[in-house]
Design a protein around this ligand. Structure first.
Ligand code: CA
Length: 224
């Protein structure tokens, strides 16, 4: 899952980015509204955290422009002011949730998880696919209740697939959702992550769809 973090306060931005990375997200950062608008319109994020008071272009305008451009990503708005009028304006502009500063990082993470979950049509913070479980709160992955230790990239790969069970996900799409933009991306490494995941999980959960990508096999799916 890849997040766009838009915050002009460098200390707060660094703090949030660190918490997001620790929670298993790939993070791109923007420090002004113009950069935010551009990134949000050009890169496929799974959610955005958007401060309202920004240099060059304010957050509400950024949000309106994303929505006008047809970008439907879930957006969590951060505001220094907890005034109701600004909340109403933000919701009208297309915000999915609100968080007033100062906030606890745990609350930000919980709200973000909920937004991503809702966008993927998931009801629970624990994603279940047959014998495989991934708890998005703790980052814990189990097979038949036994914990499986994954690297950060393996976790990101599995988490993305688990948010889209039964859907074919191309290597390019996976690459775009597990790496930030400034990362040296190589879609060949996806094959390596998937191979390691299969070995570590020890179950036949990730199917290769030839020429198209990978699919997390939901229980009861017909064999290809
Ligand atoms: Ca600000």
């Amino acid at each position: 899952m890849r997040i766009l973090l838009v915050e002009d306060d460098p200390a707060l931005s660094a703090q949030i980015a660190a918490a997001l990375a620790a929670a298993g997200y790939a993070v791109d950062r923007a420090a002004d509204g113009e950069e935010a608008q551009f990134l949000g319109e050009s890169e496929p994020f799974d959610a955005a955290i958007l401060d309202l008071g920004l240099p060059k272009l304010d957050g509400l305008t950024v949000l309106r422009r994303w929505r006008e451009a047809g970008r439907r990503l879930p957006v969590l708005v951060l505001t220094a002011r907890a005034g109701w009028a600004e909340k109403v304006e933000g919701i009208d502009a297309g915000a999915d949730d609100y968080l007033a500063k100062p906030f606890h990082m745990e609350e930000l993470l919980a709200r973000l998880r909920a937004l991503i979950r809702r966008a993927a049509g998931m009801a629970s913070a624990e994603l279940v696919c047959g014998r495989l479980r991934l708890d998005t709160r703790s980052g814990r992955v189990t097979v038949d209740g036994n914990p499986v230790a994954l690297t950060a990239q393996e976790y990101k790969t599995l988490a993305y697939l688990m948010h889209r069970p039964g859907t074919v996900v191309s290597r390019t799409e996976l690459t775009e959702h597990i790496y930030a933009q400034d990362f040296d991306r190589d879609s060949n490494t996806i094959e390596v992550f998937v191979a390691r995941l299969r070995r570590k999980l020890g179950i036949d959960a990730i199917e290769t769809v030839r020429g198209r990508g990978y699919r997390l096999r939901a229980p009861g799916d017909a064999a290809p």
